[in-house]
Design a protein around this ligand. Structure first.
Ligand code: SAM
Length: 258
């Protein structure tokens, strides 16, 4: 449906109110969110089904929502985006958490609004989304008794940020229908390693814990009740400036049929 000039101005105004966008998302009528990563350029590496009609999809670590809204655009019946309610809820070190907690309440609220909360909402409203909603919780609390099970569970570029990626994968496995699949991407500086290597890369003020080789992710997935790994891809993610380069591994994992 055509948008009025007033509606377009309102979308531009709301986009401009947010300083920190993760995704660069096409909102139509020449409006784009000014995010760091234009994931539309990399979609081919993810091998998502072209059409997702009727599917229930879980997007874990949805951020500003590029993938969640892309799944809805492809026809998904329902998309749930999982995101942390607050910046402070990441798996920080105690020292970083102490320093963050010591900030003024208004500063913490601004960080949450800018980085964690508003982007996904602004995009959904601009696109007229009807079948995408967000649930605020950590990956560790995913529970099929609360959320049900899904045809597709997706986790893009987030397992590096959790202290216990194996528990995260177990939780996502529990939310996969037996006929479903998990699609995972992660940053890997070891795309060619033959061994299943995980390297600790933690620092006190970063929420980046593990680098895994693709073989390591495959083996962990197999340990977590997935038996078939398909659509294995590696590509280099760049930000829109071309200065940031991140080798990335993507694969599809299918639940073991008991
Ligand atoms: C690097 S962004 C990736 C965004 C998007 N999935 C993509 O592939 O472009 C990682 C996202 O995971 C979220 N995240 C980090 N730890 C999380 C946790 N324990 N539970 C749920 N989400 C988490 C972050 O807040 C962030 O939005």
């Amino acid at each position: 449906m055509a948008r009025t000039p007033q509606q377009l101005d309102e979308i531009r105004r709301r986009v401009a109110q947010i300083q920190s966008w993760y995704h660069r998302i096409d909102l139509g009528d020449g409006i784009e969110t000014p995010g760091h990563f234009r994931m539309a350029d990399y979609l081919r590496y993810y091998h998502f089904p072209e059409r997702m009609d009727g599917m229930r999809i879980l997007d874990v670590g949805a951020s500003t929502g590029f993938f969640a809204y892309e799944f809805e655009r492809r026809g998904a019946a329902e998309v749930i985006g999982i995101e942390l309610p607050s910046w402070g809820d990441h798996d920080w070190t105690p020292r970083y958490r102490r320093e963050f907690e010591a900030k003024a309440q208004t500063e913490k609220q601004n960080i949450d609004r800018e980085v964690m909360l508003d982007g996904f909402t602004v995009v959904g409203e601009a696109l007229g989304s009807k079948r995408c909603k967000r649930v605020f919780q950590t990956i560790y609390d995913l529970d099929p008794n609360k959320l049900g099970q899904f045809d597709l569970v997706f986790s893009g570029a987030m397992l590096m940020h959790v202290r216990d990626p194996i528990l995260g994968i177990q939780k996502m496995r529990a939310c996969c229908k037996p006929s479903g699949r998990l699609i995972v991407s992660l940053s890997t500086t070891m795309p060619d390693a033959k061994d299943p290597i995980a390297r600790f890369v933690g620092e006190w003020n970063q929420c980046n814990w593990w680098q895994m080789s693709p073989r390591a992710l495959d083996e962990i997935l197999k340990c977590c009740d997935f038996d078939r790994i398909e659509n294995r891809e590696t590509y280099t993610l760049q930000d829109v400036t071309g200065q940031f380069h991140d080798p990335t591994y993507v694969c599809h994992a299918f639940p073991r049929q008991d």
